[in-house]
Structures are given as C-alpha cells and as structure tokens.
Design a protein around this ligand. Sequence first.
Ligand code: PLP
Length: 366
Amino acid sequence: MPRPIEARIHSDALAHNLARARAAAPDAKVWAVVKANAYGHGIERVFEGLRGADGFALLDLAEAERLRACGWRGPVLLLEGAFEPRDLELCSRLNLWHVVHCSQQIDWLAAHKTQQPQRVFLKLNSGMNRLGFAPAAYRSAWARLNALPQVDEISLMTHFSDADAPLENSRGIAHQMAVFEATTHDLPGERSLANSAAILRHRMRSDWVRAGIMSYGSAPDFPAHAIAHWDLRPTMTLRSRLIATQPLQAGDTVGYGSSFSAEAPMRIGIVACGYADGYPRHCGTGTPVLVNGVRTRTLGRVSMDMLAVDLTPTPEAAIGSEVTLWGRGPRGSLLAIDEVAHAAGTIGYELMCALAQRVPVRVEVG
Ligand SMILES: *Cc1c(COP(=O)(O)O)cnc(C)c1O
C-alpha cells in the first residue's frame, strides 16, 4: 500500500470561486491567474474548473505552452512579459499577450520579426516599485509602443501593494489609483488593475480583473476575513491517515526537541505527513487539524514525514483514521488553508505553492 497521503483538487470549488470573482466585478473580464503551476495545484488540474475564465494569466513560458496544450485558445497573458528577445517568437507562435514593464522589452519588440502584431499590457509602476514604468516615463513608452508595427492593441495595467491591508492602518490603494488615473486618463485601451484583494475588498472596476488567490479558496486578507466571509471554497485538500497512536502519561514529550510535554494522560496520533510533503515545519503545537472531520491540534515539531495530533476530541480514532491537514474533511467539515498558514506565520499562497512533488494528486470533478 502506498503511503496514505494525497491531495485533491476540487473542480467545482474552482468554478465556484471564479463565479465569486465575476459577481464581485460584474462588468469586468476575469483573468484566472495560474502562475506558479496554478498556485501549486497544477495547470492541467485546474483547467477544467477555471475554463469559464475570460483568460489565463501566468508568467512562465513553459506553463503557457502547457495551457495551450490543454486546448485553451482564448487570451493568455504573460504577467512579466518577455525575459529575453526570443520569448517574443513564442508569443507570436502561441498568440500570447504580454506585459511590457521596461524599455528593454520595447527594444526587443521593435527588433522582433512577426506577421502578427502582438497585444501588450503596458505596466505602470504606481508605487509598488517592483515592475513597471515610472509615471513620468509611461506616456512616452506608450507612444513608442503605439508607433511599432509589431504592436496591436495596448492595454494599461498596474498592481496594488496594499489591497489586502487593514483599511485603517495602511495607505490602501487610493494613492496608487490616483497615480494611475493621472497618468493614463486620456490614453485609450483596456485597463487591468485588480488582484483578488482589490476585487473583494475594493470592488475595483476595470476591464480586466486578475483573480489569483481567491480562485483557490484562500482569503487574501486573512485573518481580517476568512473564506466563509467571502463565500470562497477550498480547492485543494491535503489529507492523510493515522499510522500510529501513542498513550502519553503526564510529563511525556512528543517528537524532536521534546517541545510538547503532556500535562495529564492523553492519547496522540501520528500522521503520515511532514515537511517533505509541503506541510510547514513552522507550525508549532496548536495548529488546527481535522481527525475524522473533528477539529483538533498538532503537537510538537513537524518532522520530515510525520506529525503528531491530539486525539482527545476523537477517542474513537485509530490507525487508518482520516486526517485533513487542510481543505475538505469528511461529513462536510472544512479547514481553511489560511488557518494552517497563519499558525506557520505565512499565507495560504505559500502553502499551496509548496505542495511537494511526492504527494499524489487527484482531481475531483464533483
Ligand atoms: C499574482 C498576481 C496577481 C494575482 O494576485 P492574487 O493576490 O493572487 O489575486 C495579480 N496580478 C499580478 C500582476 C500578479 O503577479
């Protein structure tokens, strides 16, 4: 028998979450953001659930090829654009739209030989200082692109640094919105502004919104809001089983470093899941976990292949009992990945992206 750990990808939840993006941005076209191998889910595995999107946004050219191989003929956007001149050949061949964020990319376009003019998204650095043209350089970049025979439509784009931050103690997005407006107000072309947090929290209107994390059933602003608040559903379940149980006496300790010590007699379970599966080692005692669908907590340090859980709330649990590390548990139980991420001092994004290769994955259609 293989080791009992597995991950499941829920197509129905992907479709549901995408519909939530549509409902929150009713006039917009929706990019399903599938970078980082669809946030660790697998491009091919999410394709069915997300094929109702208006387009797919990602940044790795090999992933764009895989998406085309799924049969997708609609828009595909490269969020970081070309990394070198020959990437533009693939853009021509696969009809990929691409971000232009620096003048070198315009040079490459000007030198690119193509029959088919390319659609580009010109990125404004409105304050995040990652990618994009400074406001003072943006309009001349637009004019340069507009004069190139290699360029078809030019869309306008920016990215917010604080759309997920608590509204009362951040600059929020107003400052970046104002920079975007001032720089682009009289330029033609479609606009693409919002990530998940901006879609949900700021009800951002733009021609194209970019739904990443919300599509995967993680709240962009946890713990201020949980997925239930946004009506999002987990799209990835990581589950395993108990492979041992241990009775503890008061004073007994658990695992490496003996960081947990029992105060009274109790029963614990050992789960076939560890950091080599992508479960975060930074989760200390008290991280939520489901055993037979009942909420309990982890105990002690996570090791490479195992972790320990408190069986106090589930006295019936035994070897073979089902353990849900995150996602959907039995009988309608749920554990949001955000809660586990929070306990590890990180965000849902990182956990789903880090699901390890060795974990077998199944797509659940229903
Ligand atoms: C990743 C990314 C997104 C999606 O962000 P989420 O927070 O996951 O919704 C949107 N736009 C750009 C430019 C990105 O890189």
